[in-house]
Design a protein around this ligand. Structure first.
Ligand SMILES: Nc1ncnc2c1ncn2[C@@H]1O[C@H](COP(=O)(O)OP(=O)(O)OP(=O)(O)O)[C@@H](O)[C@H]1O
Ligand SMILES: [Mg+2]
Length: 1107
């Protein structure tokens, strides 16, 4: 989850007020008190709207750490407590995201912290912009240009130990992503007079001290220098050491920085040689020497120094020596050499030193620019940082201060133009009611200085170019003439004598009432400094130097390029460059840092209210606040405003359909923001008070949190619900499965227990029964066994007795026989012949056969052919005879039986035989018919008078006359009919009336069908197309089916000589009128008794249920 942003605001834990627009009441005192209060609590930054006021703390505060950089990164300007990082971030982001070139204007008096602020801005931008090896190198070079330029361009002054003695404007260039590409530095007028002279308590430029303190012995030797500061005239001695500054360490830092920026070793060496030469120049001293013509001539006191300089710079010593002694003036191709007196020689020396140094400085800036310039030609976005020397008021203010203060005057002008004026103009443009705020416009002072016709600079130039004797005094006189009436110009010599009695205004001075206060300028040196003259002999001498760098610094010394035109004066050069700078700044979006110096002592914790009050006044801070307050603290175009706050009102959230302005109106009404708190411009909404804005912001944040909570809530709810539903579903599934499983298990248990119990009970019952049965059986068996044993015993006894008896009888008989035989043989031995035995045998046999036949006569069974009895065979050898005899007897008695039949009986048996052939083993009804005699005409039509008519109608012999049931073809119900079969016809007559209903010639009967079962149904099929067949086949039921069918068959055969087809099948087809109906015999139940029932199921089926 994204880190929750801590809700902060400028208003959180505010000390005093962070934005002075919120100050109540608003006056000078409260402003200063507020600044003081904040300063005392280490809050050195305060806002006036988007302007940052910075009070120099003079000590390092822990508010520039990388963590702080991260805090301010990508945050709203008003979100955190005021900080220079907030302004830097705002500027960088609008450069990167809105493609607006930016400039950061840092103003304030000397020592107020401008340079530090510019460095902080640069380091912040370097920290937040893109990363990568190449980008980092660019950043590093940009940052490292500072120590180099500071070493050469900064010096200790009474106001600032590290005072910038040149103006610096640096354009940092970025690509479309916001990655730095490079930069361009512009420098403005170095205070070169410092090279040769410093005011009390001040120092020369840092580099001299750094070189002497930090260089190795070897380097010093090489540069022909000595470490001792006091050896050099140009280095003032009273403040050579600065508290807390380690020159030696700084020297190393500078050399390192030069290396990073891209200086080659030989270039560094050359630069140091020039520095050494400048330093040594100061040691050249002159002495006067009277010449013959009475003029003073100067002579170099000690040529050793000159020699060393020439060795260092590769200049011919004589050339330089001459240049210090003579001045050649060229006029109209004439060269006139004049000797220089001592003062002139010193002037020449100092001019050379100043020029050498200031040109070296310009060369350094160009050299740095060469290194840091952007390598690509793509379109660049630019952030300009302006750190120009601050407004200065010294005891002795000279041309330099005049120039510096002019520059500050211009900056104030641009500030006024861009903030105050622009602000008011915007209200007018936007049609917002506006009460004009009076503010001091310093345009008038700028005009005093820079006006092309009567401005001070123009006067000075005019004076410098004027032929004749020109001195500073003549210049002042001129000023007095021209500017006397100007309200910001003061001079005692002015004709109107406004200031005649002002003793604070010396005669050789003029005073200008700058926006930041009155400054008294010593007119001395103005003309000279503006001329910035270097004798041509010197520049030529320099051009002749063997030292490449020095040679390149004096291109005008080249005799081939002698230019008689005067170079532009310092003042006009400066004016031009300031004008360019102003133009440049106007094209960019300005961001202001207004630095305030809390005390003159460079000390921490001291807040000099008087000093601050002065600055507050001249910086116009109060007016600044008033303008912001009288006007509106915040403005924004309608669209972005609506877009930002639309969630605060139901009507505008989520979409507003109308114009943005109307939407904002609705929104503000809804939020009940007091009407005086805002105004509607043409394209923007103006919010008077930052509080209102903060309120809106707070509401918005709150609302965003609410919206986030809402989204979170809905999402969480959804998530929980889905999770719950899923769980519930799973739970139900699990529960169902578990229940099923539990029930199954329970059921199985109950089942198996029941089975066990059941089996035990059954087993127990069975065993009980078994036991009883076994017992019973054993009892029975015991009785039987006992009985058997008993019977056995009895039988065996009886058998034994009978056997005994038989054996005795047999023994008696044998004995008797043997005895008889013996007696017979004894008696008849004399009568027996040899073959008597055979005769006896045959006789015996004959006797036995005789006896068999005689016995058979008595045993013959009855004459009934069906009597199966036959006596058993007495002797084995008569077996075949016995069988033969049985067969003969049977055939004989059958013959006998047949012989008794009459013809009529014979006919009856023939019919029975026929019936047997037709139906035996085919129809179940047949066996029951065998015993019934075939009577034919059961109905005695002749005798019954009821049927007389019927009898009369029939002439032929009646073969069958019987009542049958005729089955109704349509519904299967039966009606009684008299069935009559004659030789040629089959007749059906009504049973009651005897009237003939149908008559079918036998030739038309084709087939008789019946079932194989025990029923009396039969169908009579008629020839198709015959007259009788018009109603279709007949279906009858009769008790004498077998007889009737047999007789029908026989009659048909005898009449038509054709065998009638008799079909026996449980399913056959009959033709009922047009329908072919299937008669189907099924096994019926016994419900209707033993009578078969017949039912017409449908037009295709007639069902007969046979019990
Ligand atoms: N933000 C700061 N934190 C700590 N010290 C500061 C800060 N700003 C300025 N200083 C101190 O004040 C001194 C002067 O600041 P700085 O050199 O920036 O002034 P300046 O406005 O550039 O003056 P000049 O116009 O003379 O160049 C610094 O050397 C430093 O010691
Ligand atoms: Mg500075």
């Amino acid at each position: 989850m994204a880190k929750m942003e801590v809700k902060t605001s400028l208003l959180d834990n505010m000390i005093g007020v962070g934005d002075m627009v919120l100050l109540e009441p608003l006056n000078e005192e409260t402003v200063i008190n507020n600044l003081k209060k904040r300063f005392d609590h280490n809050e050195i930054y305060t806002y006036i709207g988007s302007v940052v006021i910075s009070v120099n703390p003079y000590r390092s505060l822990p508010i520039y750490s990388p963590e702080k950089v991260e805090d301010y990164r990508n945050r709203n300007f008003y979100e955190l407590s005021p900080h220079i990082f907030a302004l830097s971030d705002e500027a960088y982001r609008s450069l990167r995201d809105q493609d607006k070139d930016q400039c950061i204007l840092i103003t304030g008096e000397s020592g107020a912290g401008k340079t530090e602020a510019s460095k902080l801005v640069m380091s912040y931008v370097a920290a937040v912009c893109g990363k990568g090896a190449e980008v980092n190198q660019v950043k590093e070079q940009l940052l490292q240009s500072n120590p180099v330029l500071e070493a050469f361009g900064n010096a200790k002054t009474v106001r600032n130990d590290n005072s910038s003695r040149f103006g610096k404007y640096m354009d940092i260039e970025f690509d479309f992503k916001g990655d730095p590409l490079g930069g361009v530095i512009s420098n403005y007028l170095l205070e070169k007079s410092r090279v040769v002279k410093q005011a009390g308590g001040e120092r020369n430029f840092h580099v001299f001290y750094q070189l002497l303190s930090g260089a190795s012995e070897e380097l010093l030797n090489k540069l022909k220098l000595e470490r001792d500061f006091s050896r050099y005239n140009y280095l003032s001695l009273d403040s050579a050491k600065v508290n807390g500054v380690d020159d030696a360490a700084n020297f190393r830092t500078v050399r390192n920085a030069m290396q990073i920026v891209g200086f080659m070793d030989h270039e560094v060496e050359s630069v140091l040689e020039v520095v050494a030469a400048v330093l040594k120049l100061g040691n050249i001293e002159f002495k006067p020497e009277s010449r013959v013509n009475g003029l003073d001539e100067s002579k170099i006191k000690d040529k050793n120094e000159l020699k060393e300089i020439c060795e260092l710079t590769g200049i011919d010593q004589s050339v330089l020596e001459r240049a210090f002694s003579f001045r050649t003036v060229e006029a109209k191709q004439e060269k006139v050499s004049t000797t220089l007196n001592v003062a002139q020689a010193y002037y020449a020396r100092d001019a050379l030193a100043k020029n050498l140094y200031s040109r070296l400085f310009s060369w350094l800036v160009n050299r740095i620019n060469e290194s840091i310039k952007a390598q690509t030609k793509v379109r660049k976005k630019v952030m300009g940082v302006l750190d120009i020397y601050g407004f200065e008021i010294f005891e002795d203010n000279s041309f330099e201060q005049f120039i510096i203060n002019y520059c500050n005057e211009k900056l104030q002008q641009i500030f006024i133009e861009l903030t105050l004026k622009e602000e008011q103009e915007e209200y007018i443009r936007e049609d917002i009611e506006w009460t004009h705020i009076e503010y001091f416009n310093n345009a008038i002072i700028c005009d005093l200085i820079e006006n092309n016709t009567n401005g001070i600079l123009a006067m000075l130039d005019e004076e410098c170019l004027r032929p004749g004797t020109v001195t500073d005094e003549t210049f002042l006189e001129k000023l007095n003439q021209v500017c006397a009436t100007h309200q910001h110009f003061e001079s005692r010599m002015s004709k109107c004598s406004r200031f005649l009695n002002d003793t604070s205004l010396p005669h050789s001075c003029f005073r200008i009432q700058h926006y930041a206060g009155k400054v008294l300028y010593q007119v001395e040196g103005f003309v000279d400094k503006n001329n910035d003259l270097l004798y041509r002999d010197l520049s030529q001498a320099m051009w002749k130097a063997g030292h490449a760098l020095i040679k390149s610094l004096f291109p005008e010394g080249n005799p081939a390029k002698i230019n008689l035109k005067r170079p532009p004066t310092a003042g006009s050069q400066f004016k031009a460059s300031v004008a360019t700078l102003m133009k440049n700044l106007q094209t960019k979006n300005p961001n202001y840092i207004r630095c305030i110096k809390p005390n003159d002592k460079k000390a921490a914790h001291i807040f000099n209210e008087g000093l601050v009050c002065h600055q507050v006044r001249y910086l116009g801070l109060l007016e600044n606040v008033r303008v912001r307050r009288a006007g509106y603290a915040f403005r924004q175009a309608y669209e972005p405003c609506l877009e930002r706050y639309k969630m605060l009102c139901k009507q505008t959230w989520p979409h507003w359909k109308g114009p943005a302005r109307a939407g904002v109106e609705v929104l503000f009404n809804e939020l009940e923001i007091p009407v005086e708190e805002y105004s509607f411009g043409r394209s923007k909404i103006f919010i008077r008070n930052p509080r209102t804005l903060f309120k809106l912001e707070d509401l918005r944040k709150q609302r965003l949190e609410d919206l986030a909570t809402l989204i979170q809530k809905i999402y969480r709810g959804w998530k929980c619900r889905t999770h719950f539903l899923l769980m519930r579903k799973s739970q139900i599934v699990m529960a169902a499965w578990y229940r099923r499983y539990a029930q199954q298990k329970r059921y199985q248990q109950i089942k198996s227990s029941t089975l066990v119990i059941q089996s035990y009970i059954r087993g127990w019952k069975a065993r009980k029964i078994l036991r009883e049965l076994k017992h019973q059986k054993r009892c029975e068996e015991a009785a039987t066994t006992i009985a058997a044993y008993w019977h056995g015993t009895q039988a065996r006894r009886e058998l034994k007795r009978l056997k005994e008896e038989a054996r005795r009888k047999h023994a008696v008989a044998v004995i008797w026989a043997y005895w008889l035989g013996l007696k017979v043989r004894r008696e008849y031995r004399k009568f027996f012949r040899a073959n008597a035995g055979k005769k006896i045998y045959e006789f015996t046999l004959q006797r036995i056969v005789q006896k068999y036949f005689l016995e058979m006569k008595n045993k013959v069974p009855s004459l009934s052919p069906i009597d199966k009895n036959w006596p058993s065979r007495p002797y084995l050898f008569l077996d075949s005879t016995h069988k033969e005899l049985k067969s003969i007897f049977h055939l004989w008695r059958c013959k006998k039986y047949r012989d008794q039949f009459t013809d009529q009986q014979k006919l009856i048996y023939e019919e029975k035989l026929e019936a047997s052939e037709l139906f035996k083993d085919k129809k179940a009804l047949y066996p029951s018919s065998v015993g019934q005699p075939f009577q034919g005409p059961y109905l005695e039509i002749n005798k019954n008078p009821k049927y007389k008519k019927l009898k009369d109608a029939i002439e032929e012999k009646i073969i069958i006359a019987e009542v049958v049931n005729k089955i109704n073809r349509a519904n299967g119900k039966s009606t009684s009919r008299i069935f009559l079969l004659t030789n040629n016809n089959l007749l059906l007559a009504d049973q009651k009336s005897g009237q003939i209903k149908s008559e079918v010639p036998l030739v038309d009967v084709t087939k008789v069908s019946m079932s194989s079962q025990n029923d009396g149904f039969f169908a009579v099929h008629l020839k198709e197309g015959s007259e009788a067949a018009s109603k279709g086949d007949f279906l009858f039921s009769s008790d004498h089916l077998i007889e009737m069918a047999t007789k029908l068959y026989r009659t048909t055969l005898s009449q038509t000589k054709q065998k009638l087809n008799i079909e026996i099948s449980d399913e056959f087809l009959v033709q009922f009128r047009q329908d072919k109906v299937c008669v189907k015999f099924i096994q019926g139940n016994q419900k209707n008794g033993s009578v078969p029932t017949c039912k017409r199921k449908n037009n295709r089926l007639l069902e007969v249920a046979v019990p």
